[in-house]
Design a protein around this ligand. Structure first.
Ligand code: C5P
Length: 318
């Protein structure tokens, strides 16, 4: 984090800015249970933060900058696809922190997007987590970890993990976390697609397939947790990846199957839909293999963009 402000107790002066880098997340294990009474699905998941980052900068507007209010600007690939008003989770995060701190929100938020937009990589949740952290620093809010996590959970199921980063088991609707000490680093090639899948749409498709007897709840995360703790090789990890939403994502967007198949043909150790998709993750044996695999996938075509990432990496509040 870069902090260009001074003073210890008063809110930073107008014009002061705080920048926070926040990583994307993947779910090497995503077990989806039945729908609960509140409409959410019970999850048994393992999250991991990977090295694709958005940068969130918050700056006090001051009178000459327009006075009270929240203003959001965006840059980076796909930024034009995102809302800039109340629908943007970063705006809601700034409002929530202002409410908690009992301060007038007077902030300009800038999101520099490098996490592929609408991809199943939790970019929106990551921006919300980083905005909470950045606004707390900007306004010098005294807030404990538990309170910060409670605010984060109110913004979305993935937001608490996005604060932490690293590797964690998620339960409940994804917001109850147990951090895992990881014994290694793994390398991924991340392939985004032209298509989009809304998260609720994908959960509904999981329910529909279950009614037809297709798929079941993969509740047991322990094998992959032990693998991460032990720092196993990627060849071992390849056999432990689970995504109960994969069949639903492929059912909604059948073209994902050929992308996944293509990556395996090019030598990926595993192909894994990221969250509710449509981004596809390819596991590589090491960084050299990842670079070669990315090059082959770019030449093959069929993806919107190809990125290299490693995980786990720390989150903004770690
Ligand atoms: O929590 P979040 O706002 O990110 O969730 C977006 C949507 O995804 C929810 O409104 C719900 O339809 C679905 N969801 C779910 N079960 C979860 C998490 C999300 O059904 N555990």
């Amino acid at each position: 984090m870069n902090e260009q402000s001074s003073g210890q107790t008063a809110p930073a002066a107008p014009g002061a800015a705080v920048s926070v880098d926040v990583p994307a997340k993947i779910n090497p294990h995503l077990g989806v249970g039945g729908a609960r009474a509140d409409g959410y699905h019970e999850l048994s998941t393992v999250y991991q933060a990977i090295s694709l980052y958005d940068t969130v900068t918050v700056e006090r507007r001051g009178e000459e900058g327009g006075g009270p209010g929240i203003e959001l600007t965006l840059s980076g690939e796909g930024a034009d696809l995102l809302p800039t008003g109340e629908d943007n989770l970063a705006v809601r995060a700034a409002k929530l922190m202002a409410l908690y701190a009992e301060v007038e929100p007077d902030v300009r938020i800038h999101l520099n997007k490098r996490i592929p937009v609408a991809g199943g990589l939790a970019g929106g949740s990551a921006d919300a987590a980083a905005t909470l952290v950045a606004c707390a620093r900007l306004w010098r809010v005294e807030i404990g970890d538990a309170e910060l996590r409670r605010l984060a959970a109110g913004l979305g199921s993935d937001v608490p993990f996005c604060l932490n980063g690293g590797t964690a088991v998620g339960s409940g609707r994804g917001e109850e976390l147990r951090q895992v000490e990881s014994g290694g680093t793994w390398h991924w090639v991340v392939a985004t697609t032209e298509t989009q899948i809304s998260t609720p749409e994908c959960y509904k498709e999981v329910d529909r397939l279950r009614e037809d007897g297709i798929g079941r709840f993969s509740a047991d995360v322990e094998p992959i947790v032990r693998a991460f703790e032990a720092g196993v090789g990627a060849d071992v990890l390849a056999h432990l990846l689970v995504n109960d939403m994969e069949a639903a994502a492929v059912s909604l967007r059948p073209q994902l199957a050929s992308l996944m198949h293509g990556g395996l043909e090019e030598g990926a150790l595993a192909a894994h839909v990221s969250g509710s998709g449509p981004t596809v993750l390819f596991l590589a044996s090491d960084v050299k293999h990842a670079v070669a695999l990315a090059r082959r996938l770019r030449m093959r075509g069929g993806a919107r963009s190809i990125h290299l990432a490693r995980g786990p990496v720390p989150g903004p509040a770690a």
